[in-house]
Design a protein around this ligand. Structure first.
Ligand code: SF4
Length: 207
């Protein structure tokens, strides 16, 4: 398939992290970054999201406000990505404008993936992600794979979960309801609040 040409202004850049769950166990794959763009792709005007690797972000330093062009392909497994497009090539930064806006949301350059890992996250309400945090560089919408039965890889569920890596004092924050993970024989595990408290206990409220 020929690659699709795109161009547009970056609305936000967030880490591209895949969450893998199996009942009360979880792990993360740190894949790169998702770039949300307002512009045109395959000659259609719209807002879209492209997935890039860590090296491309290091090279270009993408952040909100910049205007970029490139080429990409539609993702082959939509359950595994937040972005609609990946395999990006021909990236060029046309304009390096910066958008100055008092946070929150935080619209600067995202951190290194290692920094996100070190900071740890708290769950973020899916509703608030859309209304208040959608382009914040501390927000992350993760494509989530659930092994309902870890001995049967055909028994999988897929969904998206939203998280915040930002300061615990952020006025935009809302946790939303606790998340439930389906397991074998109809059992359900609930990820309670103390897990988020523990994940971020090493940070002060404004850090
Ligand atoms: S709650 Fe988190 S993701 Fe939302 S604006 Fe604040 S720091 Fe950003």
């Amino acid at each position: 398939m020929d690659k699709l040409k795109f161009n547009g202004q970056i609305l936000g850049v967030q880490p591209r992290i895949r969450l893998i769950r199996s009942f009360d166990e979880s792990s993360h794959n740190y894949l790169g970054y998702n770039i949300f763009i307002n512009g045109s792709i395959d000659e259609e005007e719209k807002t879209f999201c492209i997935a890039i690797g860590k090296a491309a972000q290091v090279k270009f330093g993408f952040r909100t406000g910049q205007i970029i062009i490139g080429q990409c392909l539609p993702v082959s497994k939509p359950n595994n990505e937040v972005a609609g497009f990946y395999k990006v090539s021909g990236l060029v930064k046309i304009k390096d404008d910066k958008i100055f806006k008092e946070p929150p949301p935080y619209l600067d350059k995202p951190l290194k993936l290692e920094e996100y890992r070190k900071r740890g996250h708290r769950r973020l309400s899916a509703k608030f992600y859309l209304s208040s945090c959608q382009y914040c560089h501390w927000a992350c919408k993760m494509a989530t794979e659930i092994f309902v039965d870890k001995w049967d890889s055909s028994n999988m569920k897929y969904r998206y979960e939203t998280f915040c890596y930002g300061p615990k004092s952020c006025e935009n924050y809302n946790s939303g309801p606790t998340r439930k993970v389906p397991g074998r024989n109809g059992k359900v595990w609930e990820e309670e609040d103390w897990i988020d408290v523990e994940n971020t206990a090493h940070r002060s409220p404004d850090e």
